[in-house]
Design a protein. Structure first.
Length: 132
């Protein structure tokens, strides 16, 4: 069984910590954080992740650019774009690039359930609850 590897990319430190801490309490996983698109792309060149949580609007390289890169390099990865930019246009673009759109403010439970559902669909992952 594979332990899921999750990358959290957001320019707000508090948001990254909130997502990471919540997910670490829900199931056993490896979580890596990056503060911007440039750092995320450099990491994605060297490592693969099963799940990537992305902010859409960040300084420099935006979430759409990262999503496009992930689709070319690791098309099986689950990419969840979590953004304050609403509207059908943004959601459509995320989905057309093979991502999952979630609008801020977002429920942490909804994020965890989406990750669990996607990993269960792919199979082979150890989704045991984290020890409390």
């Amino acid at each position: 069984m594979i332990v899921p590897r999750i990358l959290v990319v957001d320019d707000e430190k508090e948001v990254r910590a909130q997502f990471s801490n919540f997910l670490a309490q829900r199931f056993i996983c490896e979580i890596v954080e990056r503060k911007d698109g440039k750092e995320a792309l450099a990491l994605l060149e060297a490592q693969e992740f099963h799940v990537i949580l992305l902010d859409q609007r960040m300084p420099g390289i935006d979430g759409f650019t990262i999503l496009e890169h992930v689709r070319r390099r690791t098309p099986q990865a689950t990419v969840i774009m979590i953004t304050g930019l609403g509207g059908a246009g943004v959601a459509h673009k995320v989905e057309s690039l093979g991502g999952i759109y979630m609008a801020k403010p977002v429920s942490l439970k909804a994020i965890a359930l989406t990750i669990r559902r996607e990993l269960e669909r792919r199979g082979g992952f150890d989704l045991q609850p984290a020890a409390r």
